[in-house]
Design a binder for this molecule. Structure first.
Ligand code: AMP
Ligand code: MG
Length: 418
């Protein structure tokens, strides 16, 4: 992998705005994932490694967009019906094999090649077959109507899919339409995942006294898997710097990203800081974001380390803004800006200027039918129900200080984030 310099994540600012954090990640990180060829059925959710260039025009030949009659536009009257003879028939996959003559139409079906000489197709709903075998055609059709040109979708030589995209089902379809049966994709980013905390227990056994089940590891495993990563679940680390340091050191050589949650505040029971400082180098990015306390970034033996806070809601928010772009960029992907949807606030909120805040919210229909964001009734950063029972996050930017019912706010659906 590209070796990280010791001070790769050094940042001098007091509070780092989220957009600056993203710009820093883009500037500092290069892909570490390799490249492999994968059959088309296996590429969804993977990162495209190279621009996919169209080797052919799409569609490859001019064809009809409807079932109807192919004709020369010059043969149609502008203002009255035209009656033409039907001189042939072309189904999809067939061919007429000759020029269309003046004064004739050709019965044609969707996807069939346009006969040479024809430039327009009258859809069958606008044509009336007559008892003598001819067809009556309505006036007013534009030249070129219902005919698809060769290359109108994608031109041969054009970039059909840009490198770095996380492949969606429709992208896979595009590759197939261009004749590819396999694609060059990035190898899966190898992520080592840990939880930290003496109070944590793994699900699946009776809960011991004074323990809580570890949920972050499962949230993060699921979210990273959706980004195309291979995640090694390395369990729960005790609140003990030496144990954390040796676990990270051991995991570093075989992984591209080391990820922990918990233990990164600056309290005396937050041992991840000391552990990473002992095993590698560590920086805190104090993000101007709520919820989401400082995020620890650094390296252990040249492998990127990210330490998230422990509270489940802070985990989700810092995953979205730091880990997601981190994993995409290391994995050879682009990290496109998240889509924000304007919705009407059905909530009242006050905040400090200078930091971005996220309010967990459900989308509901207002009385006038417009979509409104209603905030979860309780605020705690530890409430998993606030993530499960809502649809996403209302984003209140750095400049906002008050939100009143009826204001337009930006909404980030969880489907865009996780
Ligand atoms: P910490 O950041 O370690 O101070 O943890 C903050 C809060 O998050 C505490 O209430 C922890 O018990 C809780 N927490 C930390 N890690 C996890 C985890 N993996 N799953 C669920 N809760 C956690
Ligand atoms: Mg802890």
């Amino acid at each position: 992998m590209a070796q990280l310099s010791d001070d790769c994540f050094a940042f001098g600012g007091a509070l780092l705005p989220v957009d600056e954090a993203l710009a820093e990640l883009r500037a500092r990180l290069a892909p570490v994932a390799g490249i492999e060829r994968v059959p088309l059925h296996g590429v969804v959710g993977r990162i495209l490694a190279e621009d996919l260039i169209a080797g052919v025009d799409l569609p490859p030949f001019a064809n009809s967009a409807v079932d109807g009659y192919a004709l020369r536009h010059a043969d149609l009257s502008h203002d009255v019906d035209t009656i033409l003879s039907v001189g042939g028939r072309v189904p999809a996959g067939g061919a007429l094999g000759r020029q269309v003559q003046p004064g004739e139409t050709i019965r044609i079906f969707t996807g069939a090649p346009m006969p040479e000489g024809a430039d327009t197709v009258m859809m069958q709903e606008d044509a009336e077959p007559l008892p003598d075998g001819r067809v009556r055609l309505r006036p007013g059709l534009k030249r070129g109507a219902n005919a698809r040109e060769a290359g109108e979708d994608v031109r041969a030589g054009a970039v059909a899919l840009a490198a770095g995209r996380l492949l969606r089902p429709q992208d896979v379809g595009m590759a197939a339409a261009l004749g590819y049966d396999a694609l060059a994709v990035r190898t899966r980013l190898r992520v080592a995942l840990f939880s930290t905390g003496d109070e944590l227990a793994s699900p699946g056994a009776v809960l011991p006294a004074l323990k809580v089940y570890d949920s972050n590891r499962f949230t993060l495993h699921a979210a990273l898997t959706r980004l195309g990563c291979t995640v090694t679940d390395l369990g729960i680390l005790p609140d003990h710097p030496a144990a954390v340091a040796s676990a990270l050191t051991e995991a570093a050589p075989a992984h591209d990203l080391l990820l922990t949650s918990g233990g990164v505040s600056t309290g005396e029971e937050d041992h991840v800081k000391a552990a990473v400082e002992a095993a590698g180098s560590l920086f805190f990015w104090r993000l101007a974001i709520k919820p989401g306390r400082p995020v620890a970034l650094g390296q252990v033996r040249g492998t990127v380390f990210a330490g998230l806070p422990g509270n489940p809601v802070a985990v989700v928010v810092t995953f979205v803004h730091i880990v997601r772009p981190l994993a995409l960029l290391l994995g050879g992907g682009t990290a496109p800006p998240l889509l924000r949807f304007p919705v009407r606030a059905a909530l009242r909120y006050r905040k400090k200027a200078g930091r971005r805040e996220y309010v967990r919210a459900s989308l509901v229909r207002g009385e006038d039918g417009a979509i409104e964001a209603r905030s979860f009734p309780r605020e705690g950063a530890g409430l998993l129900s606030s993530l499960v029972e809502t649809d996403g996050l209302v984003e209140l930017d750095e400049a906002t200080t008050t939100v009143m019912p009826g204001d337009a706010v930006a909404f980030l659906p969880f489907s865009e984030l996780l």
